[in-house]
Design a protein around this ligand. Structure first.
Ligand code: GLN
Length: 245
């Protein structure tokens, strides 16, 4: 599995890099080769050569600084998606695949515009912060996803939400829905980081990525792992938030 981690040096809030560590470990435990390339501003790369593109979250300043570089890669990212490279986006990264992002100081930056969702800033100084639990359906697999959100941006006009909010805010203060998933990209506000406490989502990302080179690959083809510690961590969160698993 070949992964492009974009803007690793500036888009890495609340341990987003942990997502890469989890993918690496879960692949290696199964004997799947895992190649991770970091791609910074100005670094040449053909993104369509990868099975997965990953972009984490970041503060407004970092989002602003990478925009010219990100927009210059628009055609290449489109090509990658057309050729079934899967895309995992967290928070600030998720926002930038939509029409635009309005920062806390009301300056607006254009997004890649692949999707019609857009992100406005919330009321003065207000941010969605806290633990989140959502119920998602990933290509027919129903699962609860847990994480942590901290964003000022209010993402609206989301046509294909990732899931329904059980606890927390999600795309905006009163959205009741979290993230975006359309089969090609999975965007979410959930840090934590996302994948360590959601092994089923981690495996789903691996499965989607491996499908690029082998369209017949099935989720069930991934050998089961123990998930003992992951499940203990999930149980602790569910208990704390008083949610039935
Ligand atoms: N700067 C963005 C916001 O506040 C994204 C933050 C993040 O990635 N956690 O909405």
């Amino acid at each position: 599995m070949k992964v492009a981690w974009m803007y690793h040096d500036i888009m890495d809030l609340y341990g987003d890099k942990g997502n890469m560590m989890v993918l690496k470990k879960r692949c290696e435990d199964r004997g799947i080769d895992f190649i991770l390339h970091t791609i910074g501003i100005g670094q040449e790369a053909d993104l369509s050569d990868y099975d997965l593109i990953f972009l984490g979250g970041g503060a407004d300043k970092e989002q602003m600084s990478l925009i010219p570089d990100l927009l210059s890669r628009k055609e290449n990212i489109q090509k990658a998606m057309d050729e079934n490279t899967f895309v995992l986006l967290i928070c600030g990264g998720y926002q930038l695949f939509g029409k635009y992002y309005e920062a806390a100081d009301h300056s607006k930056i254009p997004g890649l515009g692949f999707y019609s969702y857009y992100t406005d800033t919330g009321k003065e100084g207000s941010r969605c912060i806290g633990n989140v639990v959502i119920e998602a359906v990933l290509d027919g697999r129903k699962t609860k996803i847990v994480g942590f959100e901290n964003h000022g941006g209010q993402t609206l006009g989301v046509e294909h939400p990732l899931g329904a909010v059980i606890k927390g805010y999600g795309n905006s203060f009163d959205a009741g829905q979290e993230g975006f998933y359309d089969g090609k990209i999975l965007g979410t506000y959930l840090h934590g980081p996302l994948l360590p406490k959601n092994p089923e989502v981690a495996d789903f990302v691996i499965y989607k990525a491996l499908k690029k080179r082998d369209p017949d690959f099935r989720f069930e083809d991934l050998a089961p792992l123990s998930d003992h510690w992951e499940n203990l961590a999930r149980e602790a969160i569910f208990k704390k938030l008083e949610i039935q698993e």
